[in-house]
Design a protein around this ligand. Structure first.
Ligand code: SAH
Length: 222
């Protein structure tokens, strides 16, 4: 039954995309459609579901956050997904929201999370929502990349570091690009690195606040 004055999750999702994303200049139809398709409310903890469509990041436990919708859209758009089937490495699976948006954009996603509890929960959620065949998740230190699945057409890092780990650069395909927040707790900028004809170029997009990328001392993958 429709309660007058109450908006459904899909109406709220439409409003979120219109007012927070399209109106701020993100126009890539692939990204806008993907953001309308992924049920963001399923990726936030149950007790924060009322806040799922808010214009900000939310805590998801274990020191992690689900990024602000606009930042997810900005980074996805910056990846320049121009065809189906791009292989994308994500470092920092967290809630799985960014990975699901990439899957809806037509990518095959390889996503790594270092916190086991988040990895377990998110793997189950992505499977429940039907993303298991397009999003592969792994437990471990993503700063080492995923050598067995390399090379990647695109790399997205969703935790901040002073520099992009060299393993991620080495696992990028020719003419690929990396989007990553670079900086520390005091300030970060989302930067795009491109590998064109063997040369790296970098450009800065926008300021951001991501949780830190933690590089583990011991190898731990499964
Ligand atoms: N993309 C996520 C954002 C998660 S926040 C989303 O859409 O929800 C960043 C995540 O990076 C956290 O879950 C944190 O545990 C994880 N992380 C930090 N350092 C990492 C590392 N070296 N390898 C893999 N994951 C890491």
């Amino acid at each position: 039954m429709r309660v007058p004055g109450r908006r459904s999750p899909s109406e709220k999702l439409g409003d979120m995309v219109e007012s927070q994303i399209r109106r701020r200049g993100i126009v890539d139809p692939r990204v806008l459609d993907a953001m309308r398709s992924v049920p963001r409310d399923r990726f936030v903890p149950a007790k924060l579901r009322h806040a799922a469509f808010r214009d900000g990041a939310l805590p998801i436990g274990h020191g992690a956050t689900i990024s602000q919708p606009y930042i997810v859209a900005l980074m996805t758009s910056a990846l320049e997904i121009d065809r189906d089937g791009l292989r994308v490495l994500e470092v920092g699976t967290g809630s799985g929201y960014q990975a699901a948006v990439l899957a809806e954009c037509g990518c095959e996603v390889f996503s790594i999370e270092r916190v086991e509890a988040l990895y377990d929960r998110t793997r189950a959620l992505l499977s429940d929502l039907g993303y298991a065949d397009r999003v592969h998740v792994r437990l471990g230190d993503g700063s080492r990349g995923w050598p067995e699945a390399a090379p990647f057409d695109r790399v997205i890092v969703t935790a901040a570091a002073a520099a992009v780990p060299s393993a991620l650069r080495e696992q990028l395909a020719p003419n690929g690009s990396i989007i990553a927040p670079v900086g520390d707790e005091r300030g970060q900028v989302i930067r795009r690195y491109r590998l064109e004809d063997g040369r790296w170029t970098a450009s800065d997009l926008e300021g951001a606040r991501f949780v830190p990328l933690i590089e583990d001392a011991r190898p731990e993958t499964r």
